[in-house]
Write a protein that binds this ligand. Structure first.
Ligand SMILES: Nc1nc2c(ncn2[C@@H]2O[C@H](COP(=O)(O)OP(=O)(O)OP(=O)(O)O)[C@@H](O)[C@H]2O)c(=O)[nH]1
Ligand SMILES: C[S@@+](CC[C@H](N)C(=O)[O-])C[C@H]1O[C@@H](n2cnc3c(N)ncnc32)[C@H](O)[C@@H]1O
Ligand code: SF4
Ligand code: SF4
Length: 329
């Protein structure tokens, strides 16, 4: 059985973007109120006294947009300073990253994953739901600032949407040639915008690999990551290409993660809502962290049963009460 040691922590459910595939304009969500969020102290207590004792030592901060969480630099510093932390990373849209990259690096963050769905301003703005001045350049500046600050590996996430950005696959893949950047193509999942999904569908990783193979060739990378991506390289390239293929392949048998929402719900599987634990309410009601450890251990024991099995039965993914921006991806 896989060791489950990786916790994706959503710091906030709000976002400064409205990506079509995630939280489209018009589908306004009910946001959490400040008092519903785990406080910094509660989060750190849970990490120190519950998650680390039961075996978690890899942490990812996500959102919504995690850079909107006030005090994120201090949160990073506190987690990075824990002796048990073996890996700490952030997934961000990079809009605010240029001004924060150095502070985050100094606080102990060493790697970031950045969403970048297009190299063209107009397409990018269409995807992120922008109506005013284009936001592409500021995101690009964020990526360059992260590169300068020394984050490595620096991963760029691309959700491929048919008829929107699928014609840019080769240009985006080319970013991995001259720089040591890791470009990852993600199959669009039907959480967040069901309408767009049923209208457009998704592009399979294999068809993207086919395009890349035809142009440059493609080999399997020597080192595979610990996450859901299958990793390849263009021969001679400095970086790699990753494929996150939740629609066409099943990587659940190597699943190593759980998710903690900004309001303190622990979720054992992205695509199955069974078994979630409300850790914040328990903590606020005075349940001891020793008892919480035991509840989380029980949930870890059940996780193989809860892990998504829709692909085996060929069924569709379910109807979810929380969207990707609320879960953290
Ligand atoms: N189905 C599924 N998708 C996942 C899982 N983990 C991450 N993803 C998807 O992979 C995409 C990229 O996720 P990231 O936040 O960059 O994290 P990652 O790829 O796991 O990160 P690394 O630690 O760098 O390997 C997002 O669209 C996630 O929703 C998972 O456990 N299951
Ligand atoms: C929910 S976002 C949160 C972090 C940050 N705001 C960002 O965009 O990087 C985390 C990841 O989920 C991905 N994502 C969101 N909705 C998705 C969907 N419907 N299908 C596949 N990936 C999705 C995003 O592209 C991003 O890489
Ligand atoms: S993918 Fe990230 S940036 Fe885009 S709307 Fe969702 S949370 Fe915001
Ligand atoms: S769908 Fe669930 S079981 Fe499968 S990899 Fe994602 S979180 Fe793990």
């Amino acid at each position: 059985m896989n060791q489950v040691n990786y916790l994706r922590i959503s710091l906030i459910d709000r976002c400064n973007f409205r990506c079509q595939y995630c939280m489209p304009e018009g589908a306004e969500l009910e946001y959490l109120h400040r008092q519903q969020l785990l406080t910094d102290d509660e989060l750190l207590t849970l990490i120190r006294e519950v998650f680390i004792p039961v075996g978690f030592n890899r942490f990812r901060l996500t959102g919504g947009e995690p850079l909107l969480r006030s005090g994120i630099v201090e949160i990073v510093r506190s987690i990075a300073n824990l002796p048990q932390t073996q890996d700490l990373s952030v997934t961000t849209n990079a809009f605010l990253l240029a001004g924060m990259a150095e502070d985050l690096y100094r606080a102990g963050l060493r790697r970031v994953n950045i969403s970048l769905d297009s190299l063209h301003e107009a397409t990018f703005d269409r995807i992120v739901g922008n109506v005013g001045k284009s936001r592409w350049q500021q995101v690009w500046n964020g990526i360059l600032a992260a590169d300068r600050a020394g984050f490595t590996p620096l991963k760029l996430n691309v959700v491929v949407i048919p008829g929107v950005n699928d014609t840019e696959v080769l240009d985006l893949a080319a970013l991995s040639i001259d720089k040591q950047w890791h470009v990852r193509f993600i199959e669009f999942m039907p959480i967040g915008n069901d309408e767009l999904f049923s209208d457009r569908g998704w592009v399979s990783s294999e068809s993207i690999r086919h395009q890349i193979r035809e142009k440059w060739g493609l080999t399997e990378a020597q080192v595979q990551g610990n996450g859901p991506a299958d990793v390849f390289t263009i021969p001679g390239a400095k970086g790699t290409l990753g494929f996150i293929s939740q629609m066409s392949e099943c990587f659940c048998d190597r699943c190593n993660r759980m998710r903690l929402s900004a309001d303190g719900w622990l979720r054992p599987c992205l695509l199955n809502e069974t078994g979630q634990l409300d850790l914040k309410t328990a903590l606020r009601n005075g349940v001891s962290t020793t008892q919480l450890c035991s509840q989380v251990r029980d949930l870890l024991a059940l996780k193989p049963e809860i892990n998504y099995k829709g692909r085996e039965s060929g069924s569709e993914t379910g109807v979810y009460h929380r969207t990707m921006s609320q879960i953290g991806g």
